[in-house]
Write a protein that binds this ligand. Structure first.
Ligand code: UDP
Length: 294
């Protein structure tokens, strides 16, 4: 197995368990540059690109190029190697959706000139490239539309809502609610997502498939759940809602159920317990490091 990462938002520590395997290779590279991989390649998972809004907005042109030039480079590699390739697309292709349950036939409501466009439009273009290579160049393509995913090993400063709330509660900081907290998201635990991606890769489906957990929560509900589970009494502080922040998001996973026999099995309640346990350990370790004399 070869892992390619430019470590823009990734952390080598997350690969610690894999690095000792004889069959494991790590390449530090940006996929915007063409990849040279020796020998045969069976499958490629394109999981590249920061997914957290504050992270992907730091360098929007680079984000866009990761999604377009990077995806084109990997498709070219797949074609040359005869490899099957899976694209991590996103629920962001639906933008700020006008319908409550987003199914794959919905064409979305994306602002092309706004702070989220570099990611949303990049991912939409990525799907177009996948479709062209799949429909007209004989490449075995798969497209997963991934909805909000969370779990252990996220970066404490990732900036997305689950890690923000959990880390804030554990550190004793106020929870940052953007807007009035009534916007909704559907949160999928990482193990469920990985299982969905593997099943999609193994399937014969070339058209996009939603992968996500249909349980829908407001950000206020999530905040209260995190406070209850961490036993924290920190206050909530209300900050402005970022521009173009989707009001609602909930996947229709009928296609994933039918085509892949897949559905999430880890409810938010359990996934949060596991995530909080991991972050609690991480926050403790970080505190200890701060206390050690340098
Ligand atoms: N959000 C929030 N507080 C935070 C971070 C995010 O209230 O500290 C909100 C954000 O405005 C959005 C939702 O939580 O409505 C999910 O944001 P996230 O960045 O996790 O993912 P995305 O917006 O890409 O779905």
């Amino acid at each position: 197995m070869t892992v390619v990462d430019n470590l823009l938002t990734g952390d080598l520590a997350n690969l610690a368990r894999l690095r000792d395997h004889a069959a494991f290779t790590f390449v530090q590279q940006d996929i915007i540059k063409p990849l040279q991989i020796e020998g045969p390649v069976d499958e490629i998972y394109n999981l590249a690109c920061p997914a957290s809004p504050p992270r992907y907005q730091i360098d929007p042109i680079h984000t866009f190029r990761t999604c377009v030039d990077g995806t084109l480079n990997l498709l070219t590699l797949a074609e040359a190697k005869g490899a099957r390739i899976l694209q991590s697309s996103t629920s962001e292709v639906y933008g700020d959706p006008e319908i409550n349950l987003q199914h794959e036939g919905y064409r979305g409501n994306v602002n092309t000139c706004g702070p989220r466009a570099c990611y949303d439009e990049g991912k939409r273009a990525g799907e177009t490239l996948f479709w062209e290579f799949g429909a007209h160049r004989g490449v075995e393509t798969r497209i997963a539309r991934i909805f909000n995913t969370y779990g252990p090993q996220m970066h404490p400063d990732d900036g997305r809502v689950v890690s923000n709330f959990v880390v804030q509660a554990l550190r004793g900081d106020a929870l940052t609610i953007y807007g009035d907290g009534s916007q909704t998201r559907s949160f999928c635990y990482v193990d469920d997502m990985v299982e969905g991606l593997i099943r999609l890769m193994a399937s014969n489906e070339k058209m996009p498939v939603n992968l996500g957990n249909p349980g829908e929560f407001t950000m206020l509900e999530l905040a209260k759940l995190v406070l209850a589970k961490t036993g924290s009494a920190v206050p909530m502080t209300y900050l402005p809602l970022p521009q173009d922040d989707p009001r609602q998001r909930r996947p229709d996973i009928a296609r994933a159920r039918g085509l892949l026999g897949w559905q999430p099995v880890v409810p938010l309640d359990l996934g949060l317990d596991r995530t909080i346990a991991w972050f609690a350990e991480r926050v403790r370790a970080d505190r200890q490091k701060e206390l050690l004399p340098s």
